[in-house]
Design a protein around this ligand. Sequence first.
Ligand code: ADP
Ligand code: ASP
Ligand code: MG
Length: 421
Amino acid sequence: MPPSQKRHRHIVALIVQKYGGTSMGSPERIRNVAQRVAKYKAQGHQVVVVVSAMSGETNRLIALAKEIQKNPDPRELDVVISTGEQVTIGLLCMALKDIGLQAKSYTGGQVRILTDDAHTKARILSIDEQNIRADLDNGSVIVVAGFQGVDEHGNITTLGRGGSDTTGVAIAAALRADECQIYTDVDGVYTTDPRVVPEARRLKTITFEEMLEMASLGSKVLQIRSVEFAGKYKVKLRVLSSFTDEGEGTLITFEEENKMEKAIISGIAFNRDEAKITVLGVPDKPGIAYQILGPVSDANIDVDMIIQNVGVDGTTDFSFTVHRNEFAKTMDILKNKVQPHIGARDVVGDNKAAKVSVVGVGMRSHVGIASQMFRTLAEEGINIQMISTSEIKISVVIDEKYLELAVRVLHKAFDLDQETA
Ligand code: ADP
Ligand code: ASP
Ligand code: MG
């Protein structure tokens, strides 16, 4: 159908669909994605698709880079790892054209997804949606490369692992889309990772706050920044399976509707990529936390949990966790810059730590969740190394080897395998 005819059709909605790596994993799957897009187009919707690289491709490219340079130059690493998505936008457009749709691919730079210059974990600053909008109005399906942008000098940047989710939601926000659909290899957000606990159940809805906690605590079904974007711009966000046509997936909601019927705990998140570092025998005086963590933050390393013990005899111990990938770098900063400077006794580290968290807005109105969590872990002989809480979550750091056991017993202890009444 020529575009002129299409323009007269009633446009029902503007939908952004994001397809992850598994969903784009083979020519056949790419054709399936094209079919789904065609279905929405046939209903009269405007569709913008954001895609990831084919599954395994980003890992392959990172490994390749590391074969050439042990610590790859960040700018060049982004040049390399952004290519996976350049391949899939082209392939999906071909598949769309093959079934008679108009389609046009855009790299992040072509859209102009402007980011800061923090290579490999850049943040989106703004999106110029003018060109996309014009092509949409001409009847085309727009296919945008996820995970990538450009900084103000035109350097290619990437948004951190799982960053295509963030591209999807950010594009939806910029276009004020009616809905952003995240298609993945599970049919929604579950009470915990269904690969670890087969009894996990799909949640029909999850509040934005809970999703933010789940994502930040390690549930990689959505990248944390995508949830932040959804919250900031009130994007209607839904997680769905790209492998079935049935099911409503999981809707991220902004009100605590049906709070009465909701379980106290909505889910369990975990993260096995933690590393714990302790600075021993630190002089117990003002400014010490800053002197320890300042240089770490200057190196753009995110610090997660922090614990400072009560001082004894004028000294104290200071522990915190970082992503395991940043363990060596952090240890180096502490041993060579911080320790001599502040006169600490020693710096020790353990890169086999893991974090388990229970999350739920119901915690606000219920007591005893922490004690139930600690008792459950104690009964399995699992030692808790660090604890941190907020209004709607409790996290503990434990030895990595007990992670899956901890997740399973907690899932059961909080009755997450049962339908809520
Ligand atoms: P994609 O390639 O589509 O972006 P991801 O692998 O990034 O997919 O995210 C989907 C995966 O997230 C699932 O396969 C599942 O193993 C994992 N996951 C972790 N926690 C959850 C959860 N609470 N609910 C659903 N999936 C989860
Ligand atoms: N391809 C990127 C990754 O593997 C981005 C994404 O899949 O969201 O991290
Ligand atoms: Mg992902």
